[in-house]
Design a protein around this ligand. Structure first.
Ligand SMILES: [Zn+2]
Length: 258
């Protein structure tokens, strides 16, 4: 497998902020001058992100970083997420760190009376967040932003079991070569069916889990897991040949609602 040699992007667009090193046409602001290559191991791995570039300093100094081990502290009976995903996907890209599915404009979630537009979703193996000490073989992150750049992520955990038919559609398409993208037209039904039908979730304030590790991200993690086959997990792992999860971060004085 080719070594990752990408430089990461300027922190202008939400897609850029979230995925670090993409080079899709959505990221024409790509600037090799202002950003540093980062990875999941060695000298450019998570322990070093904060010192690779001053723009990544929150990765080292932040106090509300993600992922965390989710242990609920406040039972407030959260109302269900107001998800309104009604557009299809446009393309799937291998950005060197993950496989990311981009979404056509017009899908959103309303959180705390504010609309967050769904930009993309992508995957980590094994899971980044843990739930009550449990790690999962795969975690999906649905990344949203408001018009003024506030961020919200909806996360879904996958447990080993039956093959997941929607992930199969993505896995069948995703480019093995870094920085490549291909068009994929998942319907809004497909996209909605990646999410569990049980609406229960945990809510906490966190960060992007990749540089620049921006904070004040609204995290919403479904309690119910979805299914993925062992072969599908392996297939995803084999794209990069290493895991792509950031280690757990300190909770500090944060609360986790449920
Ligand atoms: Zn992620």
């Amino acid at each position: 497998m080719k070594r990752i040699t990408l430089l990461s992007l300027s922190a202008i667009t939400i897609i850029t902020l979230t995925t670090g090193c993409t080079n899709s046409t959505k990221n024409i602001e790509h600037s090799k001058h202002n950003n540093s290559h980062w990875s999941y191991k060695g000298d450019t791995g998570p322990k070093h992100w904060g010192s690779l570039n001053h723009k990544y300093s929150l990765c080292g100094k932040g106090t509300m970083q993600t992922p965390i081990n989710i242990i609920p502290t406040n039972d407030v009976d959260l109302s269900p997420l107001e998800i309104n995903y009604k557009t299809s996907s446009t393309d799937v890209i291998n950005n060197g760190h993950t496989v990311q599915v981009n979404i056509a404009e017009g899908s959103s979630v309303t959180i705390d009376n504010e609309d967050y537009e769904l930009k993309q979703f992508h995957f980590h193996t094994p899971s980044e967040n843990n739930i009550k000490g449990n790690s999962y073989p795969l975690e999906a992150h649905f990344v949203h932003s408001t018009k003024d750049g506030k961020l919200a992520v909806i996360a879904v955990m996958f447990e080993e079991g039956k093959e997941n038919p929607i992930l199969k559609k993505i896995w069948d398409k995703f480019p093995l070569e870094e920085n490549h993208k291909v068009s994929i037209s998942l319907s809004s039904n497909d996209i909605n069916s990646i999410l569990p039908s049980n609406p229960d979730y945990y809510k906490f304030t966190g960060s992007l889990t990749t540089p620049p590790c921006s904070e004040n991200v609204k995290w919403n993690v479904y309690k119910t897991t979805m299914s993925i086959s062992k072969e599908q997990v392996e297939e995803f792992f084999n794209i990069f040949n290493h895991s792509n999860n950031r280690p757990l971060q300190k909770i500090n004085d944060r609360v986790v609602f449920e």
